[in-house]
Design a protein around this ligand. Structure first.
Ligand code: MG
Length: 277
């Protein structure tokens, strides 16, 4: 009962929490003592929210220190869509496509900050792909480009984990892209950022492997949302991986992969080998 009282006291002292006074807000989803909640992160303290994150949640007044929780993936998407070949640095000599190249991952591929990336026993060429990830805020169908930005709730960091041998050899990219744990996102969703001009950086065991700005995206955030919504109804909490810059390399069990998006923070995951049955 101690923490709720502290939170209520703080609420009483301030007309409104500091986070309510700014457009840039960091949202987390977390577990503490087996209870899962959404919250607003402000200076290492989480303000608990009640209700649906995408439908005017309200603060309960309870707070908990960030160090006292397990962070989960910051949302629970019904769909996970991804754009391929969306940076010239990743395309190399190839010409950009006329439209965003789309593929799907599964909601079961989604894990949060700190979770393991589990390498299936027969995976031989498992790569990281550091990416800016769009989080949809409201239902979107046939959205005109000029309005697409109003359907974006915020952004997070993501790792579009990809098994290259399967990507080359399989009929579709299902195993290569949508296997369990192949979609880490987090640690937070941030609203109010200039999402088309953020630094996206990937480090493996501390060594920088990818570093480019989202201003280099061939198809920007609004173009992607508008285009996807022509074909697929996007729901609140759905996520879209926007593509990876530069080149990628294979990961091995024990590798620590960090994807940092400017304004979002660092998404850190460790590669582990799945035991063969
Ligand atoms: Mg990708």
């Amino acid at each position: 009962m101690e923490k709720p009282l502290v939170g209520l006291l703080l609420l009483g002292l301030m007309a409104e929490p500091a986070w309510a006074q700014t457009d840039v807000t960091k949202y987390v989803r977390y577990s503490v003592r087996d209870r899962i909640s959404y919250g607003v992160l402000e200076d290492e303290v989480i303000w608990e929210l009640a209700g649906d994150l995408f439908q005017s949640p309200r603060t309960t007044g309870r707070t908990v220190p960030l160090t006292g929780v397990e962070l989960l993936a910051p949302c629970e998407p019904s769909k996970v869509i991804a754009v391929g070949l969306n940076y010239q640095s990743h395309l190399g000599e190839r010409e950009p496509a006329e439209h965003p190249g789309l593929f799907a991952k599964y909601p079961t591929s989604i894990v949060g900050h700190g979770a393991d990336i589990v390498m299936p026993p027969d995976a031989t060429d498992l790569h990281y792909e550091g990416e800016l990830v769009i989080v949809i805020g409201r239902e979107a169908k046939n959205v005109p480009l000029a309005e697409a930005g109003t359907y974006v709730f915020g952004v997070t960091a993501g790792n579009d984990v990809s098994e290259r041998a399967w990507q080359r050899g399989d009929l579709q990219w299902l195993r290569a892209k949508a296997s369990d744990t192949f979609g880490p996102i987090g640690p937070v969703i941030v609203t109010g950022l200039d999402h088309n001009n953020l630094l996206v950086q990937t480090r493996v065991n501390g060594e920088v492997r990818q570093s480019e700005r989202s201003s280099d995206l061939i198809f920007d955030v609004e173009t992607i949302v508008s285009y996807v919504s022509r074909y697929v109804t996007l729901m609140p909490g759905d996520v879209i991986f926007t593509g990876t810059p530069g080149s990628t390399r294979a990961m091995a069990p024990g590798d620590v992969v960090e994807v940092e998006v400017e304004g979002v923070g660092v998404l850190r995951n460790t590669v582990v080998a799945q035991r063969a049955r």
